[in-house]
Design a binder for this molecule. Structure first.
Ligand code: ASP
Length: 362
């Protein structure tokens, strides 16, 4: 089942205005990429036709519900065509809303529209359909162009993936971990073994809870405390801080954070370095911030923590329960350690990495 939500993968260039407009329905895409017919019996459904900055709770919930229905009906795999800009946000929330699926749920997009010679649309789509139809990884994953060459895509776990370049086709990276697999039109090569396997049953847990009054506070030096007070005043129930380094904000913010926490706002700390862990025991300041009621969120990416907090606060307001939900991993949104090769290997675009990958494939 291919669900379309929009984005460049469903677009072509409008040569009059130069704008990229949503034009190809998933059905038309299927027609223009005949290789798909050899992979599976494809059905398509256009849920939305939006660029991905316009995705939000309404779309996430409908998507999760439709995925649940298709799984209950016995579908063998699901592909979600999506704009790349916020694909990692949707991948994260789908991971929380659609738990323990028996089949792969593969998100796919393209950085260049399909009417351009350098388009990645067809390759990404073929590989995503292959991963969904034939793959063994029954999780929410992102399937996008691998490093530099047109040879394969990488499958990234939905909670560890992030768009990292505004225009390169190989824009997605698995952060603080290694991707799940390489996919080419002819084969799927797992890069690790700790994934959930495809099952024959049709069981899945759908939980579409979502609280909108949650925000990410991207800290910058000299952030003024009134911004935190304003959030409390406006009724925000959750704040994910993307702090500096190991998880810091400036001193003037402390009283405001304490006021927010006392007012019942749930506050979690992540790092704006993206790679690595919040570590609030290293410096006195970190310990002080925790004392204000700010909870460290390990190595959860800021956007993932944001989505998880929206989902958690949609279910409960009890601080201990929210904390339990936040700190109990559903699918590696926090991990115990970063693998030594998680930073660059498999994903870079430098010759040594390419050579390494080739040697593994031989
Ligand atoms: N702006 C587009 C979107 O995210 C970009 C893309 O699809 O790659 O919808």
């Amino acid at each position: 089942m291919l669900f379309g939500t929009g984005g460049t993968i469903a677009s072509r260039l409008d040569y009059r205005t130069g704008a990229v407009i949503p034009a190809f329905s998933p059905g038309e895409l299927y027609g223009s990429v005949p290789e798909l017919a050899n992979l599976c019996n494809l059905r398509t459904e256009k849920l939305y036709g939006v660029f991905s900055e316009n995705m939000g709770p309404e779309q996430y919930i409908k998507l999760a519900q439709r995925i649940g229905e298709e799984i209950a009906n016995g579908v063998d795999g699901i592909v979600v065509g999506h704009g790349t800009d916020t694909m990692h946000h949707t991948a994260a929330i789908l991971t929380f809303m659609v738990q323990n699926p028996p089949v792969p749920i593969v998100m796919v997009g393209s950085q260049r529209s399909s009417d351009r010679p350098s388009s990645d649309a067809a390759l990404n789509l073929i590989n995503a359909v292959k991963a969904a139809a034939e793959g063994d990884i029954a999780e929410v994953v992102v399937c996008m162009f691998g490093p530099t060459s047109d040879e394969y895509c990488l499958l990234h776990r939905g909670t560890r993936v992030r768009k990292m370049h505004s225009s390169y086709r190989s824009t997605f990276r698995t952060i603080s971990d290694v991707p799940l697999a390489m996919v080419s039109p002819t084969q799927i090569t797992p890069l690790r073994t700790d994934y959930r396997r495809r099952r024959k049953d049709h069981n899945v847990t759908i939980n579409t809870a979502f609280e909108e009054k949650v925000t990410i506070l991207y800290y910058y030096p000299n952030m003024l405390p009134d911004i935190v007070d304003a959030m409390v005043e406006k009724g925000y129930r959750g704040i994910v801080i993307a702090g500096t380094g190991l998880g810091h904000v400036n001193k003037p913010l402390y009283p405001a954070l304490e006021r927010a926490a006392k007012a019942g706002v749930h506050i979690y700390m992540t790092v704006q370095t993206l790679w690595g862990y919040v570590q609030m025991y290293v410096y006195e300041t970190g310990r002080e911030i925790m004392g204000l009621g700010v909870v460290p969120a390990a190595n959860m990416l800021p956007e993932v923590a944001y989505m998880k907090l929206c989902w958690a606060l949609g279910q409960t307001d009890d601080p201990e329960e929210v904390k339990r939900i936040m700190l109990t991993p559903v699918s590696d949104e926090t991990t115990l350690r970063e693998p030594y090769n998680g930073y660059l290997i498999y994903q870079g675009a430098i010759p040594e990495v390419q050579e390494f990958i080739r040697s593994i494939r031989r």
